[in-house]
Design a protein. Structure first.
Length: 322
């Protein structure tokens, strides 16, 4: 088994058994997205590639950690030597901050509405970034919706303005309004990620009631002239009921615009707890199709500076793992 096979197996299994004591600064905890409220995760790195492994899981693989942080990942016939990476905030080499840890929307795949966490003050966000600024390459912001999408955009823009003094690339992933791309670009943001989540409008309407699929597509399209190809991203979840053909059509439409799809395997939590994770073969098939689509569109995601495009721990990533 090569790296991509091992990673796909671990992601499809939801994690792996961890043996040994973890080094300092190894555990990352999520306050946004499907991992919110969990026990946390660690990042295993091998030859410049990485995988995020949730704690408290018992998937098909075993990760054995030595006191110095070196580690061995075994899955079936595959063995990978590497290290446990220290975490900046939420992931390695980034100060990745969730601004509002609650959400008034109720997307079925997301546990954040049930968590009802606080909104960080601008001073709190600045202080968090300040703690790790010397050990990270970028700042990334994401957020729920504490009141309304419009109010959240306004608040996140104020956070961005306060973070510019760190002179680091800033990536932002929030629910957009029509003018969000232009506002973020005017503030000096380097990259944006507006998440479609579902591969089809019908699935989006089912899993994200009250939100607009068209608004997200329009925000992605208007972002390309501002931020450039390879610096605009969108999550698409595998496992919500889409066919392979529907997923491929969504991927091809995104890359034709210049948007980089982040193919995220479903984490069966919240309203999706009865669904199953996509298997390893499906994750690899989807990533291979994306790889071909990227080549055809002459789109290079390896230029990513921040967020999931730079981390690549949660997905079988066409530009790093294959």
């Amino acid at each position: 088994m090569g790296w991509s096979d091992v990673k796909a197996s671990v992601l499809a299994g939801g994690g792996c058994r961890i043996e040994g004591a973890l080094p300092p600064r190894a555990v990352a905890r999520s306050t946004a997205g499907p991992g919110a409220g969990g026990a946390g995760a660690i990042f295993f790195s091998s030859d410049g590639r990485r995988i995020r492994i949730p704690l408290g899981t018992d998937g098909p693989a075993i990760l054995t950690v030595a006191p110095d942080g070196s580690a061995t990942l075994r899955c079936g016939a595959g063995t990978m030597e590497g290290r446990i990476e220290p975490v900046g905030l939420h992931c390695p080499r980034q100060a990745f901050v969730t601004v509002s840890e609650s959400c008034v929307h109720d997307c079925a795949y997301c546990p954040v509405p049930a968590c009802q966490g606080p909104r960080k003050s601008i001073e709190e966000v600045v202080a968090l970034v300040e703690e790790v600024a010397g050990s990270v390459d970028a700042i990334a912001l994401t957020s729920g919706v504490a009141d309304s999408i419009e109010e959240e955009v306004e608040y996140v823009c104020r956070v961005v303005a306060a973070l510019r003094r760190f002179d680091l690339p800033i990536g932002v992933s929030i629910l957009p309004t029509p003018d969000t791309p232009a506002r973020l670009h005017a503030l000096g943001v380097s990259e944006v990620k507006f998440n479609l989540e579902a591969a089809t409008p019908d699935l989006f309407a089912r899993y994200c009631p009250g939100l607009s699929y068209e608004t997200i597509w329009n925000a992605l399209a208007s972002s390309i002239p501002l931020f450039g190809k390879g610096h605009v991203f969108s999550n698409v979840i595998l496992g919500l009921g889409e066919s392979d053909e529907e997923l491929d059509d969504c991927v091809e439409r995104l890359v034709s615009l210049g948007v980089v799809p982040i193919l995220r395997p479903l984490n069966p939590v919240a309203g999706c707890s009865a669904l199953s994770r996509p298997d390893a073969d499906r994750l690899l098939r989807a990533s291979e199709h994306l790889s071909n689509a990227l080549v055809t569109s002459r789109l290079d995601p390896s230029v990513a500076l921040s967020m999931c495009g730079a981390c690549t721990g949660c997905d079988v990533t066409a530009w790093r793992d294959l």
